[in-house]
Design a protein around this ligand. Sequence first.
Ligand code: 23J
Ligand code: MN
Length: 257
Amino acid sequence: MSVLSDLAAGLGRGSVEVVDLTATLSGRTPVIQLPEPFADTPPFSMEPLSRYDDAGPAWYWNVMRLGEHTGTHFDAPVHWVTGRDSLDVSQVPPEHLVAPAAVIDKSAEVAENSDFLLEIEHVRAWEEEHGPLPEGGWLLFRTGWDARSHDQEAFLNADGDGPHTPGPSAACACWLAEETDIVGLGVETVGTDAGAAATFDPPFPAHSYLLGAGKYGLTQLQDLGRLPATGSVLIVAPLPIEDGSGSPCRVLALVGR
Ligand code: 23J
Ligand code: MN
């Protein structure tokens, strides 16, 4: 297959760059804080089983504890009640995990307004400029929020009124779910929904509509600014956890240079 030999040659020559969109996992990885009385995911933690010592003289390995929805991670349809009869993360077809990406950049708007909502008109305007959203591809929402990911407080950006982070409006989430052929929505924030989305109708509309339509979510992506608006290909690799609602995952982008 010459397309694969061309790809391999491009990777070798550097005309195809591999961009890692994954945040490093550590005890400092931000985790979502939901309003009372909902349960929260614990922070990532890890302890050694052995480190070239009596418990394993020639080997180093760890055991870790983390929520499925920690750091750069994948939301499977079954994560939400609207997708409860749909796929768990182990059932996601691998064909869906290698797919083109469209990047909509609203980082300038978000710098002015942390509560910025992506609307249908914004996506329509993007399509006027760049063509239709890729069939079976990801819509990636660039906000510049990745610059805050080293710091839980800056990343969650909460005050007395709750968190202030960007996301899609309820109308936009519904439209993306029902009227487009995207495979999912990827964001730089702690969840695919805006910080204020607990108060939206329906609550958490990105989760509710997209997962309900059998689409996926990708969160806490970084370096989306290194991707072109169109033309990149994403490789998304959640672990196939049986009955899992999602998984931390590695997300790589292939970008032509
Ligand atoms: C559970 C409840 C609400 C939200 C989330 C999880 C996430 O953002 C997630 O990681 O899926 S908004
Ligand atoms: Mn999630």
